[in-house]
Write a new protein. Structure first.
Length: 165
């Protein structure tokens, strides 16, 4: 019974410890490299946040660009990109990619296209939203420990028996 209680408390605290977040800050320009596989043309594009830049038949829009703080190692840059392709003979652009790309791991979230490759190099420009100060650690509560969807009740405190007269 005691082992179950200890296991329950450890299981309740584990998700809190495992959710470590790295502070980041936003910057005003996402830097991406684009490759046209048909012509072997490579270009480094500066994408101001919220503006669309064209490369061949692609329209690339950076929604946000985040970098880790200078004191964090290893450094990381990530950008949220919307990429559309304007196909010949069509009026509407076709979405090709919509999501996060990471500079250190371009294959983690890659754009799948037979003609173009686009990957994030980094971020630059002014800092637009500095990170918030770290939050105070969460206090340990007396709520029953939960593993999955099953609650493990903590033992009730001992109750004093009334003495016989």
């Amino acid at each position: 019974m005691r082992a179950a209680v200890v296991l329950g408390v450890v299981a309740a605290l584990l998700p809190v410890a495992a959710r470590a977040t790295v502070p980041t800050q936003g910057e005003t320009i996402a830097v991406v490299r684009a490759l046209d596989k048909m012509t072997a043309r490579v270009a480094e594009l500066d994408l101001p946040i919220g503006q669309t830049v064209s490369f061949g038949a692609l329209s690339v829009t950076a929604r946000t660009c985040r970098v880790t703080l200078p004191e964090e190692t290893p450094p990381e840059s990530a950008a949220y990109l919307d990429i559309e392709e304007i196909k010949p003979g069509t009026a509407q652009p076709v979405p090709v990619f919509d999501g996060w790309m990471f500079a250190s791991s371009p294959a983690l979230s890659a754009m799948q296209d037979p003609i173009y490759d686009v990957w994030v190099i980094g971020c630059k420009g002014d800092i637009v939203n500095p990170p918030a100060p770290p939050a105070a650690p969460a206090a340990v509560s007396s709520v029953p420990a939960v593993i999955g969807s099953t609650a493990i009740p903590l033992p009730a405190p001992p109750v004093a028996k009334p003495s016989a007269p």
